[in-house]
Ligand binder design. Structure first.
Ligand code: FAD
Length: 469
């Protein structure tokens, strides 16, 4: 941790021309202001600047340039690598900017740069609409969207970025730009935001395309014994290759949580589960997904109809703030007996009960978008394997990190290629994965980075270096 002595008057200057709070180590709420979701990240910023408006964001961007202090941009604070905070620098915190305005006639939502998925779901569901986002409601819209955005609607409506139509952005020069494909809008900037992460500026508002769904949806949530993992995973693979895009399952290998939703005799039992929300009427979903619930003899079947907003919050409790987390990923072209062997072997060896191995079955609308149409790479990979090491005590850090790394190393001989940049391990591992994560779009991204942020002010992220002259 770095103790920074701020040049005299910096905080005063910020406060003078700033509508919101600048929290410093002398303030009583500094400990809460500096905290992010991942408890392994323990940075002590010099200032946490809580922005209420686009003008506040401009002030903070300019201050970062003038002082030379390193800058972190925080949306929902849920980045797993901890990019939402920084030692000795300025955190530009957008958490006060969580407004969501819905235009039901045009099926559009304009969303503040600090909104969470829960904020967006609540507002859009008032009109029977949804935006394709992720599967845990406390996650930030901003970080999730800018590096892709995978959720239950991904095979039907694509990634979050595929539904991002426009954005208001404060770029490194402190100016406000409008990214979009309309008249007077910056189409290159929109292209870069669609997968290029936080590299191109601070997004103060996003405009998303919405889709009708809900209020109730069908949730498939069935747990089988890990002993049946081959039948479950390969059976699901067979079914999904013929399935419609309304179904986008995540198969999960883990251990049954010791909570009252499950009978006590199942607590801690290793499972292979299938989860999915059907993107359509619940009754249709129940019949369309029936076979996913009969892949073997279930240990437990919690499937049923429920409000979309509840389905979106179902997994929240599994990810408490301040827990210790290390998440990595690998794209896989296909599943095989041998891959399942690797997954089961590592599931059995997980040092922590809360850790999971998640298989996102992708394809569908994700793969229908051309590889260079956005900055998101590896769209043709049918599977994303997410490895979530989730544990409680610092003493167990090494064992959990080693577990996740060993699994990914063992997937390499099976054609794993590129990662999902939102599940990227440590900041250093994220940096090393950026080129492969953007595939053919990488060179264009470095050229655009040189245009919008030539001094790499926005570098505390899945960083794209500016191209040289
Ligand atoms: P923050 O830590 O606030 O920000 C992360 C980075 O995003 C910043 O460093 C910055 O570079 C950039 N950023 C943030 N806000 C802005 C802004 N307004 N303008 C410009 N740049 C900005 N991902 C999925 O795709 N699908 C899921 O279902 C999913 N589930 C998750 C569940 C949990 C519990 C967690 C912790 C993460 C999950 N993720 C998922 C990964 C998630 O997408 C990333 O962790 C993402 O970075 C979180 O965004 P945030 O805004 O909360 O993060």
């Amino acid at each position: 941790m770095t103790q920074v002595t701020l040049e005299e008057g910096v905080v005063e200057r910020l406060r003078a021309d700033f509508g919101a709070r600048a929290v410093t180590p002398d303030d009583n709420d500094y400990e809460t202001a500096r905290a992010v979701w991942n408890g392994t990240v323990d940075a002590r910023p010099a200032i946490v600047a809580r922005c209420k408006s686009t003008a506040d964001v401009q002030s903070v961007v300019r201050l970062a340039r003038q002082t030379g202090l390193p800058l972190a941009v925080r949306g929902g604070g849920h980045n797993v690598a901890g990019f939402g905070t920084i030692d000795g620098g300025i955190v530009l915190d957008l958490s006060p900017m969580r407004s969501v305005e819905v235009d039901p006639a045009k099926r559009l939502a304009v969303v503040g740069g600090g909104a969470t998925l829960g904020d967006l779901d609540r507002a859009t569901q008032e009109h029977g609409l949804v935006a394709p986002m992720g599967v845990v409601s406390k996650t930030g819209v901003a970080g999730l969207t800018l590096s892709g955005g995978l959720g239950w609607l991904r095979r039907k409506h694509g990634l979050s970025i595929d539904n991002l139509l426009a954005a208001e952005v404060v770029t490194a020069d402190g100016e406000i730009r409008r990214a979009g494909e309309g008249k007077g809008e910056d189409a290159d900037l929109l292209w870069a935001l669609r997968g290029g992460g936080g590299n191109f500026g601070v997004v103060t508002s996003f405009t998303f395309q919405l889709h009708p769904l809900g209020p109730d949806v069908w949730l498939t949530f069935v747990l089988y014994s890990l002993d049946d993992a081959h039948e479950v995973l390969l059976g699901q693979d067979r079914l999904m290759r013929a399935a419609t895009e309304e179904i986008a399952p995540i198969a999960v290998l883990g251990r049954v949580p010791a909570v009252e939703d499950f009978p006590a005799e199942l607590h801690h039992a290793p499972f292979a589960g299938v989860l999915a929300v059907y993107v359509g009427p619940p009754a249709e979903g129940e019949s369309a997904t029936a076979a996913l619930r009969q892949l073997a003899e279930p240990l437990a079947d919690l499937s049923g109809a429920m409000p979309w907003v509840d389905a979106q919050q179902l997994l929240d409790a599994d990810y408490p703030d301040g827990g210790r987390y290390y998440w990595k990923s690998a794209n896989l072209p296909a599943l095989s007996e041998q891959v399942v062997d690797v997954l089961v072997d590592h599931a059995n060896r997980a040092p922590a009960d809360h850790s999971t191995i998640d298989l996102w079955f992708n394809g569908g609308a994700i793969a229908e978008v051309a590889e260079t149409a956005t900055a998101f790479g590896n769209r043709d990979a049918l599977y994303l394997v997410g490895v979530e090491a989730n544990w409680e005590n610092a003493a167990d850090d090494e064992a959990n990190v080693a577990w996740a790394r060993a699994l990914l190393a063992d997937l390499e001989p099976h054609g794993s290629r590129g990662i999902y940049l939102n599940f990227a391990g440590t900041p250093e591992e994220a940096a090393a994965a950026v080129r492969a994560g953007h595939t053919e779009s990488y060179e264009r991204l470095t050229a655009l980075k040189a245009r919008y942020d030539p001094e790499n002010l926005f570098r505390h992220n899945q960083n794209i270096p500016p191209a040289g002259p």
